[in-house]
Ligand binder design. Sequence first.
Ligand code: SAH
Length: 346
Amino acid sequence: MNIYGFTRNELEDIFDKIGEKKFKATQVYEWLYKKRVNSFDEMTNIKKDVIDYLKQNYNLNKLEILKKQVGNDVVKYLFKLEDNNKIEAVLMKHDYGNSLCVSSQVGCNMGCSFCESGRLKKVRNLEAYEIVLQILQVEEDLKIRITHVVMMGIGEPFDNYDNVIKFVKIVNDPKGIELGARHITISTCGIIPKIKEFMNLDLQVNLAISLHASNNELRSKLMNINKAYNISELLDVIKEYVNKTNRRVTFEYIMLKDVNDKEENAKELANILKGINCYVNLIPYNETSHIEYKKSSKETIMKFYDILKKNNINVTIRKEFGSKVSAACGQLRSNYEEETKWNMHV
Ligand code: SAH
């Protein structure tokens, strides 16, 4: 089993079981995440027989960086997993820090009509260690510190809930990577039972909801999940979430030309979000070669923005990153039949 998949509590239980002191688990954690060793032998304050036990039962295997593509302020990674499946992660350099967009599944079953990631159905969930390693390996490769993580790569995080929460606990641990919970954002298409579970965990992690439409008819056309959990149910649970956690929620709204970008959509959106402590992130659609939708014009996006503003909705327009290296939102994928897109092998 991969050692990067354990929370510190779980590691303590392992040490307890073999009759070792629990604080030894903390020392191992520090070797892994503070000092970043690549073998058990380097853990010099751990006794030989414990090292041998760890070696027999656990490994520090890494993902393989298959390819890497570098753009302006953006680096996209293609990783190979141990079972040969592939996933992507994207590093974005912002003025406030380095943000990594990580994947949570191989493929995705949500079937949103505009998204590239779902063209390959879910093959499997990522294990917690496979999400943790995306961070460790990008940091090692670029010799940088990642300050923010967004779970907006391939997959639906709340369709892999347990591993995603475990991942959050591992990277948030002060004896480990120590990434602040407030610097982690989980984005979901709106799986209500999991939003409820999540809100009861009392984590300080940010929640983003992929809304993308202002009414049910439109949203059901764009996103299958809306047939299971519709907008009013979703907004009810979000209100509950905001009340309980006192945290602001982000709504993501992709701007699709002539589909959801009309003035009436903006008014409708402002109306349904009225009174919710939230902000709307308008996302200029990134066109992909397989999907018909077109991006709204700059003027349309600005008009939409103005209507929301006028109606007292906090709104921002997402900075466009990485469309040249197909690293932008919705362009990440697990199926690599068309290798030509990767033209900058490293
Ligand atoms: N499944 C989660 C995580 C994916 S996040 C979710 O749905 O939230 C990726 C974000 O990018 C989502 O808001 C998604 O709807 C959006 N997205 C998908 N395809 C896109 C595209 N082509 N251009 C811009 N954003 C896109």
